[in-house]
Design a protein around this ligand. Structure first.
Ligand SMILES: Cc1cc2nc3c(=O)[nH]c(=O)nc-3n(C[C@H](O)[C@H](O)[C@H](O)COP(=O)(O)O)c2cc1C
Length: 241
């Protein structure tokens, strides 16, 4: 199995949500999936618990059943979507178009990977929930990065979780003991290019401004990291410096 010649930065910046470019006709070798899963399991877990379970679905009937569940949730989501896309219409209509394509074709995607974790977070305090989710999501993302490095496309999805118990029944997952956290469609991509896309302001959090350079006269200008809310000396409201 060959991997793409990508630097770590290229891998991290070009692992995109791939939907329309998934090659639905090309099978994915078991060996490649196993490599990705082995890499995923190098991710950290709380207390080194390693209570992850990756359910790899290749059975055609099960994929059809999962896709039907997903589509039902998608229909609800898409029907309610307008409010949250105000101001981001162009980008979101591109995503919506792509997401509609995935909803229409999910059953054809050759592999569905469902990262699961032992135990449920229902009703737990936020800190405990963080411990559980934080013990599976890094591994899931590592899986997607490892897949990208091997010419596979993936997309993080969560919509089927609206009907998680139904999906558990389809897959024989003991719902009370094992929690599903995502559904990752996996297929080879048509072409291996990935685009480094601009993101919203998050990157402002990375570089601290020079001391005293804050334009907002924050109470603690530059004490924190740029992009973090600091308190304004004038009105004591949080501002972004
Ligand atoms: C928590 C989470 C849930 C998501 N759920 C879905 C989903 O159910 N269906 C879908 O098509 N995309 C889903 N996405 C993918 C996002 O739409 C995607 O990450 C976003 O459009 C950015 O795409 P890009 O990385 O290609 O720029 C989800 C992403 C995250 C992080």
């Amino acid at each position: 199995m060959t991997t793409l010649m990508l630097s770590p930065d290229e891998l991290l910046t070009t692992t995109r949500a791939v939907r329309k470019r998934l090659d639905l006709a090309r099978p994915v070798e078991r060996e490649v999936l196993e490599q990705c899963l082995r890499i995923a399991q190098q991710a950290p877990t709380g207390s080194n618990s390693q209570t992850w379970q990756f359910v790899v679905v290749t059975d055609a009937q099960k994929r059809v059943a999962l896709a039907e569940i997903y589509r039902r949730s998608w229909d609800i989501y898409a029907g309610a979507g307008d409010a949250r896309t105000v101001g981001r219409a162009t980008a979101q209509s591109r995503v919506a178009d792509s997401a509609q394509y995935l909803a229409d074709h999910l059953h054809e995607v050759p592999v569905h990977v469902i990262p699961c974790i032992r135990g449920r977070t229902d009703g737990l305090p936020a800190g405990d929930q963080a411990g559980v989710w934080g013990s599976i999501l890094p591994a899931a993302w590592s899986f997607m990065l490892a897949a990208r490095a091997r010419g596979l496309g993936t997309v993080w999805t969560t919509l089927h979780l609206r009907y998680e118990q139904e999906a558990a029944d389809v897959l024989g997952i003991p719902y009370a003991k094992i929690m599903q956290t995502a559904l990752i469609p996996v297929a080879y991509t048509q072409g291996t290019d990935g685009t480094d896309r601009p993101r919203r302001d998050g990157a402002r959090g990375i570089v601290p401004p020079a001391r005293g350079s804050c334009r907002h006269r924050c109470l603690y200008p530059c004490a924190g990291v740029q992009g973090y809310p600091a308190l304004s000396a004038k009105n004591r409201r949080p501002v972004l410096c």
